[in-house]
Design a protein around this ligand. Structure first.
Ligand code: SF4
Length: 379
């Protein structure tokens, strides 16, 4: 599947770069006490060995910042830190890391009379002096109160966007362009909406994608997967994190899940109907899981691909889903959908059900529908 990525700027983070045509980077985060240097270095290195491109560490105090200096000495991983309310810790942490994340919604707590623009100027200055990238990390749970006040309380997305755009404008005006942005929510649909709207206005700014509080696997992975499928298939997203609630020794699962999602999207193995924006036939098939009730689904997905080759030049989406749990709902957005039960394959045109057919009869039925669709669109 060819995905045309947004033309984002390239931003270097230690030994890797994100944005432009760089591969989408996969990140994770430690959940150890930062001051427990042995445990934190152990987890950083475990994540690094699992293929993490960047590992993030939380820093909330001067003591954490001191521990960070020692952690830096003991690992070669690309490190990032999260600054919370105490933005002045930036000067203590930036010399030891490759990226600093600040949250615009947290710049109001310390020194409230100092304009946020001054604080950003200070953080950008520290980052530049320390050869560090920045992430403007906007989070649904801590949006700039001044922005929230302006909008209806049901509209959580517009305040996040205004805050992100405003910080981008300020950083650009300061001549600091080595930054990316994240806009996170726990609702995958909101993650999709907010990132799409951001990228429409700022297709040049690299985006870090994630669903916050995604939870335990497998549900946490599924939620994240749906958001990533819809964004990355349309060229949005330069680095990702799959946030999972797992014990520290299982944290490398975040990396494995992220890499698997990226590989699946690139191969068209998706759980939600995605439109890659191509003017050609789009065949997607779910990646399959324990819910598949008939292994014939796997062959069917391949046969659909081969049988429909003749329609390659038509912008039609055909979804092949492996089970009756998610298949019925998740095929609604495809032009033609198939979802597989134990003995029958159900065929749909959009959300209209056309019937259930034995596995050995479904392909001719699908072809007849596809031909009808092509004829209806003027051949
Ligand atoms: S559609 Fe069903 S079989 Fe396919 S990945 Fe989703 S839950 Fe699993």
């Amino acid at each position: 599947m060819h995905i045309t990525r947004n033309p984002t700027r390239t931003v270097r983070i230690g030994s890797i770069s994100i944005g432009g045509q760089c591969p989408i980077a996969v990140q994770s985060m430690t959940a150890t006490h930062t001051q427990d240097i042995g445990a934190t270095v152990g987890l950083v290195n475990l994540l690094d060995q699992a293929g993490a491109d960047v590992v993030r560490i939380a820093v909330d105090s001067k003591k954490d910042a001191e521990a960070l200096a020692e952690i830096r000495r003991q690992t070669r991983a690309n490190l990032s830190v999260d600054l919370q309310e105490n933005y002045r810790l930036a000067e203590l942490v930036a010399p030891h890391v490759d990226k600093v994340r600040y949250n615009p919604g947290h710049l109001y707590h310390h020194e409230p009379s100092r304009p946020w623009q001054d604080k950003v100027r200070y953080i950008a200055g520290v980052a530049a002096a320390s050869d560090c990238a920045l992430r403007v990390g906007v989070n649904c749970g801590s949006v700039d109160p001044a922005k929230k006040e302006k909008y209806d309380e049901d509209d959580s997305i517009t305040p996040m966007l205004e805050s992100a755009w405003e910080h981008c404008d300020l950083l650009d005006s300061l001549g600091f362009t080595r930054y990316c942005v994240s806009l996170k929510d726990s609702d995958p649909q909101k993650v999709i909406d907010v990132n799409r709207r951001f990228a429409e206005r700022r297709p040049d700014v690299p985006l870090h994608l994630g669903v916050t509080e995604a939870g335990l696997p497998p549900d946490g992975i599924i939620k994240t997967r749906i958001a990533f499928e819809q964004l990355i298939s349309r060229g949005i997203g330069d680095t990702i994190r799959v946030s999972l609630t797992v014990p520290n020794d299982r944290k490398p699962e975040e990396i494995a899940a992220g890499r698997q999602i990226l590989a699946d999207i690139a191969a068209g193995r998706v759980r939600s109907v995605v439109n890659y924006g191509l003017p050609t036939l789009n065949i997607i098939a779910c990646p399959s899981c324990s819910r598949v009730e008939n292994q014939a689904f796997i062959d069917l997905a391949q046969q659909v691909k081969e049988m429909t080759r003749y329609a390659q030049e038509h912008a039609i989406t055909i979804a092949v889903m492996g089970c009756r749990v998610n298949g019925p709902g998740e095929t609604d957005d495809a032009d033609l959908g198939l979802w597989c039960g134990p003995n029958f394959v159900n065929l749909k045109r959009g959300s209209t059900e056309l019937g259930a057919f034995p596995y050995d009869q479904i392909l001719p039925r699908l072809k007849a529908e596809l031909d009808g669709l092509i004829a209806g669109r003027g051949g």
